[in-house]
Design a protein around this ligand. Sequence first.
Ligand SMILES: Cc1cc2nc3c(=O)[nH]c(=O)nc-3n(C[C@H](O)[C@H](O)[C@H](O)COP(=O)(O)O)c2cc1C
Length: 182
Amino acid sequence: MDLDKALKGRRSIRSYLDKRVPEELIRQIIEAATFAPSAKNAQQWRFTVLTGNAKKELTDLFRRELELVCERIGRENMGSSFASCGIMEEAPVVIMVWNAGKMGWETEIHSVAAAIQNMLLKAYDLGLGTLWIGDILYALKALKQHFGKPWKLTAAVAVGWPARIPEPRPRKSVDEVTEFLS
Ligand SMILES: Cc1cc2nc3c(=O)[nH]c(=O)nc-3n(C[C@H](O)[C@H](O)[C@H](O)COP(=O)(O)O)c2cc1C
C-alpha cells in the first residue's frame, strides 16, 4: 500500500464484525511491530495475543475493575473506559503490549509506541481495523497481576474486521504544530 494512503487512511475502529482473524495475519502485524526503531535497538516490546476464553477472562476482569473504580471516583470521571472495554469485548483479537525495558528510561516507552504505530499501519494494509487502547490504565494493577509478567503494561490494541469505518478526525495543520527556526 502507498505510504500516504496508509498514513491518511487509517482510522481508529470501534466496531468489529464477528469474524475470525487468522493467526497468520496477527503474526504479520507483530512482525511489522518488530521493525520499529527502538532506543539502543533494545526492542523491549512484548506482546500477548488474546482470543476466545483468554480474551473473555481479561475483559471480564477489566469490566469488574472499572465498576470498582467507578464506585470510587464516579462515572463522570471514567472517560471512555467503559466504551473501550465494550470494544475489547467485541473485537475478535486483543493484543496486550508490554514494555520489558529494565532501565526505566522514558525512551523505552517511545520505542514501544513506535511499535504500536507499525502494528496499526500493517493491520490497515491487511484490511483489518485496530484501536489503540490506553484506557486499560484505569485498571492497570489488576490487569498486570492477571498476567503475572515482570513487564510494564503499556496499551491494548483491538484488532478485527471493521464493521464501520468512521470519518477522519480533524487534524491540526503543519503550521499549527510547527515552528521553523533558521
Ligand atoms: C496513546 C493512545 C491511547 C488511546 N486510547 C484510546 C482508548 O482508550 N479508547 C479509544 O476509544 N481510543 C483511544 N485512542 C484512539 C484515539 O482516540 C484516536 O487515535 C484519535 O481520536 C484520532 O483518531 P484516528 O485514530 O481515527 O485518527 C488512543 C490513541 C492513542 C495514541
